[in-house]
Design a binder for this molecule. Structure first.
Ligand code: ADE
Length: 286
């Protein structure tokens, strides 16, 4: 992995990356290490976490702290903050990348599945922000980046994560305003379709179908997402807060891989037009 940033840019900085053991989170952790940052990677899966932390430590010659944490549980988040401050004495950056979802039509999502996605992607992200603010950033400032998604035109097949990510975008604006006084800058990165470990959760035709409707005609890379996160953490991002950067090759501006389903052939005929008579046009007074 190469970087366009100065190699000691984040010397003496400390970052937490959730979901830091795989995919986009791992690329973000790696990009930070490359710039001299101390990194804590957090995730639920201890085995993957230990393997990734060991690999990163070996590659960059610096201890990477793995911390098992379910962001749906506030006591575990508080323990993550304590461990970070205990080991490194400060917390400059939080990258909220940990999250999860599954593909399902809205009509088939059960209450438990809905709640799980909202609790992880929305509530977990909020709890991370609040805990980081309370334990260190309120008194010392800091930067937070929330990783969201390309849900701008609705998110068919993943209504739960679309709703949660859109809420995170709005939450980010609120926190940017409330915590500006504390020197906390908080922004979002909204990746489009990215070639990463998460891709195997989707049907095999997804990557090619997605690339066809992205103006840049390809999927993004995890390194491209990591670089955009670095922008928000770097001095270049010092006047940007409450913003969301779409890193999607223009995908959110154009076509969609989702096929709008046809109306089932129940014999009821096409969707009737709304009767015009019920809403008479307003005729302005002469
Ligand atoms: N990544 C996906 N789900 C997570 C969770 N609940 N906690 C931390 N990282 C996660």
């Amino acid at each position: 992995m190469k970087t366009v940033y100065r190699e000691d840019l984040f010397a003496d900085r400390v970052a937490i990356v959730t979901g830091g053991a795989t995919g986009i989170g791992l690329a973000i952790a790696e990009a930070l290490l490359m710039l001299g940052c101390d990194v804590v990677i957090a995730s639920r899966n201890r085995k993957r976490l230990l393997t990734s932390a060991r690999g990163l430590s070996e590659d960059y010659g610096r201890e990477v702290l793995p911390f098992t944490c379910n962001i749906r549980k506030r006591p575990e988040i508080d323990a993550l903050m304590d461990a970070t401050l205990g080991r490194f004495g400060k917390l400059d950056f939080v990258i909220n990348n940990g999250g999860g979802q599954f593909m399902a039509p809205a009509a088939q999502i059960r209450e438990k599945g809905w709640n799980a996605v909202i609790e992880t992607n929305l509530s977990g992200t909020f709890q991370m922000c609040q805990a980081a603010h309370a334990c260190f950033m309120r008194d010392h400032g800091g930067r937070i980046v929330n990783i969201v998604a390309d849900m701008w035109r609705g998110f068919p097949s993943m209504v739960h994560t679309g709703a949660a990510r859109a809420a995170v975008v709005n939450m980010t604006k609120t926190l940017a305003i409330e915590w500006a006084k504390d020197g906390v800058l908080i922004n979002c990165v909204a990746p489009g379709t990215i070639l990463s470990t998460g891709m195997h959760n989707y049907p095999p035709e997804v990557p090619e179908a997605a690339a066809r409707v992205i103006p840049l005609k390809r999927l993004g890379t995890v390194e491209e997402i990591a670089d955009s996160v670095l922008y928000f953490l770097s001095p270049a991002g010092s006047f940007t807060t409450g913003a969301t950067l779409r890193v999607d090759g223009g995908g959110s501006l154009w076509g969609d891989g989702f096929q709008i389903p046809d109306r089932p052939d129940t014999g009821a005929g096409p969707i009737p037009p709304w009767p015009e008579q019920r809403w008479p046009q307003h005729v302005p007074d002469e």
